[in-house]
Design a protein around this ligand. Structure first.
Ligand SMILES: [Zn+2]
Length: 97
């Protein structure tokens, strides 16, 4: 007897590995929304959630995310400025090569 059937099943389950079912669901959802051409742009927020942008400048799914990510990016820039200033000071003093 051939074992082609068993090999086929093995191949099918192998092809699935590495793909998250949630991810497939999200992508399918976006495809469906796109096909129906409803409301506006489907975008992905920084929190990984998909949302419909009703304004062209809408980058986040909610006000909560907008505040959170906008603040954190400002914080990040401030920290980086601080870090670079410190690094430059150390470099000038000869402690860093
Ligand atoms: Zn979000």
């Amino acid at each position: 007897m051939f074992s082609a059937g068993g090999q086929h099943i093995g191949y099918a389950s192998e092809a699935r590995t590495g793909v998250e079912p949630d991810e497939i669901g999200a992508v399918m959802c976006v495809i469906n929304l796109g096909a129906r051409d409803e409301l506006g742009d489907v975008r992905q927020c920084k929190c990984k959630r998909y949302f419909l942008a009703r304004r062209t400048d809408q980058l986040y799914c909610s006000t909560k995310c907008r505040v959170r990510y906008h603040q954190s990016s400002d914080e990040f820039k401030a920290k980086r400025r601080e870090y670079l200033r410190e690094w430059y000071r150390l470099k000038k003093s000869g402690k860093v090569k």
